[in-house]
Ligand binder design. Structure first.
Ligand code: ADP
Ligand code: ADP
Length: 238
């Protein structure tokens, strides 16, 4: 079984409001899965179930099970910090920390106790290369990450996520704040790294889903109404 993530009957309530109505959805390794559907249909909420970010929303209550590599990520003993090393998130607005490019990408590594700059430097470099931003920042590693364009900042954020070597990367509309060229660069980055990761991307852009995803899950009103191979879904729209 090549499914790395298996979610069964995932329901999520915000107070009385049911935002997810029992989602059954699996994800396989080395593939990009797009979550699509109109605004408010529950895509971001579902994505936050996968890294337990809904834990931070007091009124959010989830039931159902999510297993990653056969481990129930909501089991009582789970260490959420460990989970978030396995599952990296890239948000909609580029959100680099207000310090240098180097320190942004090294951030998670330093938290893990790697302090030596000689040890950090090659990981920072390879992460920036994977994120296809190295050539643009290599002579500016000490510049504040906020001094770069939005598209560059987003690729710096992707490099920051890659540096901690997650198995799974979640992206919530990562290009919706970017211009078209920057969006294509981010798409190309995802295509070039997918062989090493499991990637799940929320997008409201159907063309983007058809360009980069292997599988597409279509949400509507908190329900999963279609889940298929992307080519099949876009060739035979219902
Ligand atoms: P999408 O990502 O598809 O736009 P969301 O997951 O953001 O949808 O939202 C799903 C539904 O849950 C929407 O009706 C939204 O208003 C609601 N919602 C999202 N977050 C919260 C929250 N923290 N509290 C209450 N309702 C929320
Ligand atoms: P998105 O679809 O990109 O998540 P939204 O505008 O739906 O954009 O949500 C932005 C943020 O506000 C999210 O973190 C979401 O959880 C929160 N949110 C959305 N709807 C509600 C709501 N009805 N009540 C409280 N928080 C909400």
């Amino acid at each position: 079984n090549q499914d790395i993530i298996i979610s069964k009957n995932v329901r999520l309530y915000y107070g009385q409001k049911e935002a997810l109505h029992g989602i059954n959805l699996n994800f396989i390794k080395n593939k990009i899965t797009a979550l699509i559907g109109p605004s408010g249909c529950g895509k971001s909420t579902y994505l936050r179930c996968l890294d337990r970010m809904n834990d931070l929303i007091p009124e959010a209550k989830m039931t159902g099970t999510i297993k990653i590599n056969n481990h129930d990520i909501y089991a009582p003993r789970v260490n959420v910090a460990d989970l978030r090393r396995e599952v990296g998130m890239v948000s909609q607005q580029p959100n680099p920390f207000p310090f240098s490019v180097f320190d942004n990408v090294a951030y998670g590594l330093r938290l893990e106790g790697i302090k030596n700059k000689k040890k950090l430097a090659p990981i920072v470099e390879s992460s920036l290369k994977q994120a296809a931003i190295w050539d643009e920042v290599k002579d500016h590693l000490n510049d504040n990450a906020l001094s770069f364009s939005g598209g560059q900042q987003q690729r710096i954020c992707i490099a920051r996520t890659l540096a901690i070597k997650p198995k799974i990367i979640l992206l919530d509309e990562p290009t919706s704040a970017l211009d078209p060229i920057s969006s294509f660069q981010v798409e190309n980055t995802l295509l070039s790294i997918k062989k090493d990761y499991t990637i799940i991307i929320v997008t409201h852009n159907m063309q983007q889903a058809s360009r980069i995803s292997d599988r597409t899950a279509f949400f509507l009103n908190g329900k999963l109404i279609e889940f298929d191979d992307t080519k099949r879904m876009f060739l035979n729209p219902k």
